[in-house]
Design a binder for this molecule. Structure first.
Ligand code: HEC
Length: 226
């Protein structure tokens, strides 16, 4: 019996310590960490969000004095909507993925995906989601738990293995972070046009939307053909 108690104690300590140690990037720490232990569920959620590296993909990178760092003033708000992206580079050989400099746009065989705005903004973030939407999305890999498939590299397969209490804690914490209004692009289909589908100055001859392979229709011969 004693050992069970010790285990519990160790677990409790482990949950509380790393929150401070893992603060990173510029700007202020999230509001939640200012009220230590005010809400156990929220601090558990904060811990899991940091452990689960949600910031890696969902907080944009910005240039700092020492190179790119997480822009914590826009914590968890996804790729900044003002930053328009050109179409992703065509995959070549084994180099099949590309990621934008903000870490907020990912190109691969699935098309282009944009990590969701996880802040509680009503229109552009999780503000209108229910806890059930969130849990179901992580469990089923479907958008909001019922829509289209959630695309890579969102690791819902592993996050979705957490028990309900932990998923609820993550959701509770996400509700406490500062809301940032930032509209996330819809994902673009594979080998489609530029994100959002606007054929802004695409390849000459305007390749029809949907399925033109990279370089399709371009008469230029391959350089260096043997
Ligand atoms: C490796 C990058 C990556 C990591 C790490 C990551 N995400 Fe995501 N996430 C994404 C991408 C990309 C999308 C958009 C997928 C899409 O549009 O289908 C996304 C979408 C989501 C969505 C919206 C799902 C839906 O129903 O449409 C939620 C919620 C989410 N992530 C939560 C989290 C949480 C919580 C964590 C950490 C525990 C996390 N993500 C870690 C990349 C990531």
């Amino acid at each position: 019996m004693k050992s069970t108690r010790i285990m519990l104690l160790v677990a409790a300590v482990a949950v509380n310590v790393p929150v401070v140690a893992m603060a990173q990037g510029k700007g202020k720490a999230p509001a939640a960490s200012k009220a230590p232990a005010a809400n156990k569920q929220v601090s558990r959620g904060e811990f899991l969000v940091k452990l689960g590296s949600c910031n890696d993909c969902h907080t944009p990178l910005a240039m700092g004095p020492q190179g790119p760092e997480r822009d914590m003033t826009r914590m968890l708000s996804g790729h900044p909507e003002q930053m328009k992206l050109p179409p992703p580079p065509a995959p070549q050989g084994p180099w099949i993925f590309a990621v934008a400099a903000t870490y907020g746009a990912w190109s691969g065989p699935w098309g282009v995906s944009y990590p969701m705005n996880l802040t509680p903004d009503k229109e552009t973030g999780l503000g209108s989601w229910t806890e059930q939407n969130f849990i179901q999305a992580m469990r089923t890999g479907k958008h909001m738990g019922q829509g289209r498939p959630i695309l890579p590299p969102m690791p819902w397969q592993t996050i979705g293995q957490l028990p309900d209490e932990d998923l609820k804690a993550i959701f509770a914490y996400l509700k406490t972070v500062p809301a940032v209004k930032n509209k996330i692009n819809e994902p673009a289909p594979p080998s489609g046009g530029p994100p959002g589908g606007a054929p802004a100055g695409g390849p000459p001859g305007g390749a029809p939307a949907g399925g033109a392979p990279a370089g399709g229709g371009a008469p230029a011969p391959k350089p260096g053909g043997k």
